[in-house]
Design a protein around this ligand. Structure first.
Ligand SMILES: CC(C)(COP(=O)(O)OP(=O)(O)OC[C@H]1O[C@@H](n2cnc3c(N)ncnc32)[C@H](O)[C@@H]1OP(=O)(O)O)[C@@H](O)C(=O)NCCC(=O)NCCS
Length: 265
């Protein structure tokens, strides 16, 4: 990449300052991520001619997906916004992702409006739309009542070669419920932790334990997402009062989507 440089440990304080000037909560969550093992992997900074960090962006590859990526923390220093830097760094990042065979790139953003009526992420959403991203899923009241999570996506490269596929149908049939946990940055939105060591697609008991545990922790909502190939799970969840809110097309691989469900407590 030309404009962007790989983020180094010494860049963390400057990057955190930039993020905090926009949103303190995001700064806290970002700092935790950067300090994790491999937290700087695929993270980039934009520097000006004085070697001052003025922007940050990056990407992450979600687990169990073929050439699917999420955009990570993307911020431009408030003193340098509206000068085209955001457009340039995201264009460069998308070109890089295209060169490493990305199929789809997703961005999660909120529609939070602060107490003064400012739609904090309006510019970001307009920028994503300008670059060709489209809204693929809205998770209502995800962060808090009235604050949704919006998931944008863009298709980059067309159909992947068949040999790169994960063969979900053969390998990913059974799942086992582990526990519930509160989703990062949310006010009492929970999800289920699960793995693929089960002997069936969630038992009825698994779902009941999850819902009851969420009730006991005063959850507002439960959000779940599963590969569309787990055919039986939709009926089970709907039977227990979950609603399907949409899906992320070709999320895991071409033809295997991520189906999304909500349960209101
Ligand atoms: C979003 C952000 C990265 C954009 O960076 P930037 O350097 O200001 O972006 P640019 O100067 O390239 O402008 C981007 C585009 O935003 C849109 N935009 C900017 N200001 C706008 C406004 N007042 N009204 C509508 N659209 C606007 C336009 O589409 C603009 O493109 P254009 O100049 O071709 O019309 C920056 O504003 C930022 O850090 N915001 C806070 C953090 C954030 O929201 N991050 C995303 C969290 S998920």
């Amino acid at each position: 990449m030309k404009l962007l440089q790989k983020m180094q440990p010494q860049d963390i304080p400057e990057v955190i300052k930039i993020i905090a000037s926009h949103d303190e909560d995001d700064a806290e969550a970002a700092e935790q991520m950067y300090n994790d093992d491999n937290g700087l992997y695929n993270q980039y900074v934009l520097k000006n001619t004085n070697d001052q960090v003025i922007g940050v962006t990056g990407f992450e590859a979600p687990f169990s997906c073929v050439n699917t990526y999420y955009l990570s923390w993307t911020y431009i220093d408030k003193n340098f916004t509206n000068q085209g830097h955001g457009t340039k760094i995201l264009t460069e990042l998308l070109n890089h992702l295209s060169s490493i065979k990305a199929r789809k790139v997703f961005i999660k953003v909120s529609n939070y409006v602060d107490d003064d009526g400012n739609d904090i992420y309006y510019t970001a959403r307009k920028l994503y739309e300008k670059l060709g991203f489209k809204i693929e899923l809205t998770q209502p009241d995800y962060f808090d009542t009235g604050e949704d999570q919006i998931i944008y996506s863009i298709r980059i490269n067309e159909k992947s070669a068949e040999e790169e596929m994960l063969n979900y149908e053969q390998d990913h049939k059974n799942i086992r419920f582990i526990k519930i946990y509160e989703l990062d940055e949310t006010e009492k939105s929970y999800t289920f932790d699960w793995d693929e060591d089960g002997e069936s697609l969630f038992s009825n008991q698994d779902i009941e334990i999850g819902i009851n545990e969420a009730k006991s922790q005063n959850a507002r909502l439960i959000f779940l997402g599963f590969p569309s190939i787990y055919k039986g799970i939709q009926d089970k969840l709907i039977n227990y009062g979950f609603n399907k809110i949409g899906f992320l097309e070709d999320y895991y691989e071409d033809g295997v989507h991520e189906d999304h469900y909500i349960y209101k407590l």
